[in-house]
Design a protein around this ligand. Structure first.
Ligand code: CA
Length: 236
């Protein structure tokens, strides 16, 4: 398997041994020991395919690094595999409040890590191919990205450009919790003073417009929203 992996770890022994092991697996690597260096290296072309991100770093936390990666167009889609110690905020990381794609708990075996990395990269590549397809079908919903058209049960639904972007954003992150802040950031493209209520208003309108497909968008109390991972997934 090939790919460029950014390793972010302040324990230099671990950093070096990870880099060595991953190179032996055929990956190219970049190394950072601080959060700030990580963000800089993540933005350098070619951007890494995946970031191995230690949660506890001397400057920024892994959580903050992850947030910054997700809020920048250049690094938004980067896969993030979090390295945590037992008991360290795993709920938040795994709850995808933070937006990590997966995590491993230290101490881990190189073999386990390599398997997780391979699975993530494979998944990432499949999703990319799916997104390149013009038409996406999800249950009763069909989206023609090229023509900017949305159909529910073969009936065309008229959406505003913003609602269209909201829907495609949800779909591109299906199965993952989305905070209102993250949606604001991606869909509205500003981190400014529009309140998170704006998100609620637009989600409500979008749900109404897509009718029968509206139930694919779940509300997560205290978190935000989540687009189902499969159309037939039971409500959680
Ligand atoms: Ca650390």
């Amino acid at each position: 398997m090939s790919g460029l992996i950014l390793i972010v770890e302040d324990e230099t022994d671990l950093l070096e041994s990870l880099a060595y092991s991953l190179q032996r697996e055929g990956y190219q690597t970049r190394k950072a020991t601080t959060g700030k260096a990580a963000i800089e290296l993540a933005r350098q072309e070619p951007v890494p395919d995946l970031v191995l991100l230690d949660l506890m770093l001397p400057d920024l936390s892994g959580i903050e690094v992850c947030r910054q990666l997700r809020s920048d167009d250049r690094t938004r889609k980067m896969l993030v595999l979090m390295l945590t110690a037992r008991g360290e905020e795993i709920d938040r990381v795994v709850g995808f409040e933070v937006g990590a794609d997966d995590y491993v708990v230290k101490p881990f075996s190189v073999r386990e890590l390599a398997l997780r990395i391979r699975a993530l990269l494979r998944r990432g590549r499949t999703e990319e191919q799916e997104q390149e397809q013009e038409q996406v079908v999800f249950g009763r919903l069909k989206i023609d990205a090229g023509a900017h058209k949305v159909f529910v049960d073969a009936e065309e639904v008229m959406l505003t450009a913003l609602e269209f972007r909201l829907l495609t954003t949800f779909l591109s992150r299906k199965g993952r919790a989305q905070t209102r802040e993250a949606l604001l950031d991606t869909v509205w493209g500003i981190q400014a003073d529009i309140t998170t209520r704006t998100v609620d208003t637009h989600v409500k309108r979008l749900r109404e417009k897509i009718g029968a497909a509206g139930s694919y968008i779940e509300t997560l109390r205290g978190v935000g929203y989540r687009f189902k991972s499969r159309p037939d997934e039971d409500a959680s």
